[in-house]
Design a protein around this ligand. Structure first.
Ligand SMILES: *[C@@H]1O[C@H](CO)[C@@H](O)[C@H](O)[C@H]1NC(C)=O
Ligand SMILES: *[C@@H]1O[C@H](CO)[C@@H](O)[C@H](O)[C@H]1NC(C)=O
Ligand SMILES: CC(=O)N[C@H]1CO[C@H](CO)[C@@H](O)[C@@H]1O
Length: 575
């Protein structure tokens, strides 16, 4: 049942031990930092780079290999940094270029790699490129997508019906240029025109600049939106068709986005960006530089992002199978299917990655239930390949209710008091909970840019360090297990045991096997594991338990009768 690809990659890794550093990312732990909310060093209530530098030791404590930072470039912050005004500068909110250099230097000393979030889909309207383009300067004239629109009954209208992700038309009129510009997101985020080779070159230069500063790669944001369909001979674009299920004509989901997302050119662009990384690998030597790509796209499209032997792509196209498709009522069959979807479709020689949270999605504990947080972290860390943790998920942070008055996410602010809760991403972006001190130890100042969760006295790093089976300590135990050869290089076999129990086994010839067993629901269950998996010893040892267990670490159980408490999740090993 195991993906052939996986076995192949493991054999390759064994055959080429001297190239271990070249594949450092293959079994790495990634951690997403949302810089506004990680750690504030100067008391203004917004997190910053010096704050991150101060807390690198924490990343080391939880065994992180590389961290990707949500955008830190100069920005008017219409979309909290996803609207870049200058791709070569650090926004003063986060610090200075020397703060950045200090962060990279210290991180590299500690063997933590820094990855930057690269937002290619658009720039800010305050970006110098846009100002020059709007002024019609020859060099920049076609850096963005412009159209004079159409006139219907004497009234000027946008060229077509395309709707912005943040509601309303994708086209905004520019008085200066006397034309509409395209923006798939906020009006302050004009889309760059990737059909202009100069734009592609300009963006490659941005990548080179940061790689030479010592970053190990990029997470490329929202790749599906980079290209629109090519205009026809008259320079026009077709309307997108209606989605019959949505009736609000301002809503992004009102249309089916066949012309503005997942255009085939997007994948070629990722290959081109990878080529830049390879160039810099040659130029600077050292460990591989890598690309992580964010795309909510069909599986067959996602798999193309990996590339092939001749055209290398993204090493880590984010696997959102679990993130996007599991919900509170998902059963063991659903989980097994979603795990298989990735493993079975991955091209030979590639590595899987597992993502359960990010800055755009409801917290794991809020989505799946607070009593499934350890299980989610166990899937993330025990399945083969790369784990990606969003800050705070290791502590079991939950969504924080933010009132309409306190809401700052533009995606929500552009809606209304009735709709905003469905759209807002503020609840997952609240400040990180370091301790039970004022403002959760996030800042020494009196206020924070988003409210602190009310549960911070219970859910914080300092307290969880001292509780044997806190989410944090379970996470650390799982992380430590990842150093076992079986976890690094072993196969996986995934088995639902009826709808309520999910189990998977990691195995590697000549080494112990590990079996993860998770009781999703609230009934006590007994499972006969040796009828589910082959080659088990008759007794199995508890390696990781959670606070739902009545057993302790190192206890033994018979493989033919493993008792599970409600919502219990465990790691067992052969003896
Ligand atoms: C690799 O991908 C490129 C670009 O999509 C394609 O043109 C080429 O045929 C592929 N090569 C192989 C060996 O599949
Ligand atoms: C287990 O941990 C959770 C989350 O930290 C906590 O709410 C719960 O009370 C703990 N249960 C026991 C039995 O300690
Ligand atoms: C979603 C996306 O397209 N990527 C970034 C591009 O722009 C939007 C808007 O800023 C951001 O939210 C995205 O994260």
């Amino acid at each position: 049942m195991l993906a052939k690809a996986l076995t192949l990659c493991c054999l390759m890794a064994l055959a080429l031990p001297t190239l271990a550093e070249e594949g450092w990312w293959r079994s790495a732990q990634f951690y997403q930092i949302y810089p506004r909310s990680f750690k504030d060093s100067d008391g203004n209530g917004v997190g910053d780079l010096q704050g991150i530098t101060q807390q690198l030791a924490y990343l080391k404590e939880i065994g992180i290999t590389a961290t990707w930072l949500s955008p830190i470039f100069t920005s008017p912050m219409a979309d909290f940094g996803y609207d870049v005004a200058n791709f070569y500068e650090i926004d003063p909110v986060f610090g200075t270029m020397s703060d950045f250099e200090a962060l990279v230097q210290k991180a590299n000393q500690m063997n933590i790699k820094i990855i930057l979030d690269f937002v290619p889909n658009h720039s800010s309207d305050e970006c110098d490129w846009f100002i020059r383009s709007a002024a019609g300067e020859e060099e920049y004239k076609d850096f963005y997508v412009w159209h004079t629109g159409k006139v219907v009954n004497g009234i000027r209208q946008p060229p077509n019906n395309w709707i912005s992700v943040f509601r309303g038309s994708q086209w905004t009129w520019h008085e200066g240029r006397q034309a509409y510009y395209l923006h798939q997101f906020h009006a302050k985020q004009p889309d760059l025109n990737y059909r202009n080779p100069k734009v592609v070159e300009a963006m490659k230069d941005v990548l080179r600049f940061w790689l030479r500063k010592g970053v190990y790669g990029f997470r490329i944001d929202a790749v599906p939106h980079v290209f629109e369909v090519e205009a026809d001979v008259n320079g026009n674009w077709p309307d997108e068709p209606r989605n019959q299920y949505v009736s609000d004509p301002e809503d992004y989901a009102y249309l089916d986005h066949i012309y503005t997302t997942n255009q085939p050119e997007t994948i070629e662009l990722v290959y081109d960006f990878r080529q830049v990384l390879e160039e810099i690998d040659q130029e600077l030597g050292g460990d591989d530089r890598i690309l992580l790509t964010e795309a909510y796209a069909p599986l067959d499209v996602l798999m193309q992002y990996y590339g092939n032997d001749t055209r290398k792509g993204s090493q880590i196209p984010f696997n959102f199978e679990l993130l996007a498709n599991v919900h509170y009522d998902s059963n063991a069959f659903d989980y097994a299917q979603l795990i298989h979807n990735w493993l079975d479709n991955m091209p030979a020689g590639q590595v899987a990655n597992w993502v359960l949270g990010n800055h755009d999605q409801s917290r794991i504990g809020s989505r799946l239930g607070a009593d499934r947080i350890d299980a989610a972290n166990m899937l993330l860390l025990m399945l083969p390949g790369i784990s990606v943790t969003y800050q705070g998920e290791e502590l079991g942070m939950l969504d924080v209710f933010i009132s309409w008055e306190d809401t700052v996410d533009p995606q929500a602010c552009q809606s209304n008091e009735q709709e905003f809760e469905r759209l807002t991403r503020d609840p997952v972006r609240t400040p990180f909970q370091w301790s039970d001190e004022a403002n959760a130890g996030f800042t020494s100042g009196p206020t924070t840019w988003l409210p602190i969760s009310k549960d911070y006295k219970l859910v914080n790093v300092k307290r969880e360090r001292g509780i044997a089976l806190s989410h944090l300590n379970v996470y650390k135990q799982l992380r430590a297990l990842r150093d076992e050869p079986t976890m690094k290089d072993g196969d996986v076999t995934v088995k639902p045991i009826g709808p309520t129990v999910l189990a998977f086994k990691r195995s590697l010839p000549g080494h112990k096997s590990y079996i993860v067993v998770w009781n999703l629901n609230d009934d006590v269950e007994t499972v006969i594991l040796d009828s589910v998996f082959i080659d088990l010893t008759s007794e199995l040892r508890y390696v990781v338990v959670t606070n739902k267990s009545i057993r302790r670490k190192n206890d033994l159980t018979y493989a033919n009768s493993v008792l599970l408490m409600p919502k219990e999740v465990i790691v067992l090993s052969t003896v």
